[in-house]
Write a new protein. Structure first.
Length: 559
């Protein structure tokens, strides 16, 4: 950090061709966090050099995600497209230096000529065109005289270099596509490896932080900067990308899930996008805590998703009010409780927060409990409700099952119980112990709600190769992208068909009717839930399960 006079200026440079995912959250925290730590600045710059896949929707979603995570770029919002004129002039400058040429080879031929890791590349037959001819052809490319793919501009470096990225990389290609910001002004667009380092330089970036797959691109980054920039120059630093168990972090594969309807959009709560996590009910504090805990490494590894869920539980445990919700209700009738009587009982809102206070819950003759909390013929050590057995109702009384009522198919539809009136809080037998405690909701005030139980979209710990730093040439040419279909199809075959279960007619406390979208709660014994940002309303309460209560990470680390 002693270079550049101690100045630190970073940037977060997403391409607006999709929504950001959890891996981008790590990059956001690293770039903005590093600037904060050293009293520097961080830019938000959109590397919008591929108009065929970039949309304003993605730009706005990225802005929202960065803000939601708690960071600000102030007045430092930039686009690579801001520099298209300057980048074009840089390309002309390389041609005039004899360091760039127009090539007529097809994308497939360029790949064939490139060689392999053990075999040097072969020079293009167009490599030795004169400077004048190259300037003329490049001008005509800009003027739209050639079709897509007919010609490219390549840097003239070294076809025998042991680094494949230095073997005359493509720096401009023809694309007759309308750009979301510049419209139809351009029909040639710079490649990422060309635009990125020069954009860094134009913004006076000091630390260009990127993931490890770009380590082999660093000599090319430096080559462009050294040949075109004078004065202070940015330097590239690499860190390990975030790979998470049971999670994909390839934007191309996430796009496939959205476009082919495997999920219900980029913000589907099963998606590892920041928008998906936000809608599911994750908190920015938990994600930032997770990113801080995993730190920055120079070796790729895979992080257990249980750590992210642990950070989430720790945050929600302190913040989320406790409420009672019955997801699969069965009716309980307390036969010795007076008909028509309603009683208000005191319930704590959050035992972890002394200032959370208490609320009133309604108790009446008829209640709902979870169907799984009753068993007619229980095994040994079953401590919930069964014939002749007692349990305590949370915040209320001890009840005893006397008999059940079944429908014609033998399904239990009512459980008839008696209660001990001395066992509520403050009563003479309040301290009487029983082994089971159940949550419940009074029929007198219960409201119906829809609850969505989300599971992992993939059950495999590593559903696919998460590397998303594909060679830029392959990433930009559609015909080469098609070669990846076989790999993607295999990835799609691993989707969990039970990743979403929707429960209708759940019974919840009445206060949840007025919960604002995004409000978070702990449903006692069920997990943490969030009022859905899109579908929840007082007329139709909808809650997403954020995460269960079982914390495998904490349990493993207590051993």
């Amino acid at each position: 950090m002693n270079k550049n006079g101690g100045r630190v200026h970073t940037r977060f440079p997403p391409e607006p061709n999709g929504y950001l995912h959890i891996g981008h959250a790590k990059s956001i925290c690293l770039n903005f966090g590093t600037a904060e730590e050293f009293g520097g600045l961080c830019n938000l710059r959109f590397d919008d050099t591929n108009p065929s896949k970039e949309e304003t929707e993605f730009v706005e979603s990225i802005k929202e995600d960065v803000r939601w995570l708690g960071f600000t770029w102030e007045d430092r919002l930039f686009y690579a497209s801001d520099y298209f004129d300057q980048l074009y002039e840089f390309a002309v400058q390389l041609i005039k230096q004899g360091k760039a040429y127009v090539c007529d080879l097809t994308a497939e031929q360029i790949r064939e000529y490139r060689g392999t890791l053990t075999k040097p590349g072969k020079e293009s037959p167009y490599r030795n065109r004169s400077i004048e001819e190259n300037l003329d052809l490049f001008t005509r490319m800009k003027n739209g005289e050639f079709s897509d793919g007919a010609k490219v501009l390549r840097a003239k470096i070294d076809m025998a270099s042991p680094n494949l990225n230095m073997r005359d990389p493509v720096i401009y290609r023809i694309m007759h596509e309308r750009h979301h910001r510049t419209g139809d002004k351009w029909c040639i667009y710079p490649m990422y490896d060309f635009a990125h380092p020069l954009s860094d330089a134009l913004e006076n970036i000091t630390h260009s932080i990127c993931t490890l797959e770009f380590e082999d691109h660093r000599p090319l980054y430096d080559w462009f900067v050294d040949n075109l920039i004078t004065g202070d120059k940015p330097r590239q630093y690499e860190f390990a990308r975030l790979n998470l168990t049971k999670t994909i972090t390839s934007k191309r594969k996430l796009r496939r899930l959205v476009e082919e309807g495997y999920v219900q959009g980029w913000d589907d709560p099963r998606m590892p996008t920041i928008a998906g996590y936000r809608r599911r009910g994750y908190t920015p504090e938990a994600i930032r805590d997770f990113c801080n805990r995993i730190g920055v490494a120079k070796a790729n590894s895979t992080v257990d998703i249980a750590l992210l869920e642990h950070c989430l539980r720790e945050d929600l445990n302190l913040k989320a009010p406790r409420v009672m919700a019955v997801l699969d209700p069965v009716k309980v009738v307390i036969t010795n409780y007076p008909e028509g009587q309603i009683e208000k009982l005191e319930a704590e809102n959050n035992p972890q927060d002394p200032e959370a206070g208490y609320r009133q819950v309604t108790f009446s003759r008829t209640l709902f409990i979870e169907r799984e909390d009753f068993m007619e013929n229980p095994p040994k050590k079953y401590f919930r409700l069964s014939p002749g057995k007692e349990v305590r109702l949370k915040h209320a009384y001890i009840i005893k099952c006397e008999h059940v009522v079944k429908d014609e198919e033998g399904r239990v539809i009512e459980i008839h119980c008696t209660y001990d009136p001395d066992t509520k809080s403050g009563g003479p037998a309040a301290g009487r112990k029983v082994k089971g405690t159940l949550h419940w909701v009074s029929e007198a005030e219960a409201i119906d709600a829809e609850v969505r139980l989300y599971d992992y979209l993939f059950l495999d710990d590593e559903p696919q190769d998460n590397q998303d730093g594909e060679d830029e040439l392959e990433d930009r040419f559609e015909d080469e992208l098609n070669e990846k279909n076989e790999e993607v199809d295999d990835f799609l075959s691993k989707i969990n068909p039970h990743s979403l279960k929707v429960l209708k007619n759940c019974k919840v406390e009445p206060l949840l009717k007025n919960a604002l979208p995004g409000s978070k709660f702990q449903f006692l014994r069920q997990g943490y839930f969030c009022a859905d940002l899109k579908d929840h309303s007082s007329q139709t309460p909808v809650f997403n399960r954020i995460v269960g209560l079982k914390d495998s990470w904490a349990k493993a680390n207590r051993k």
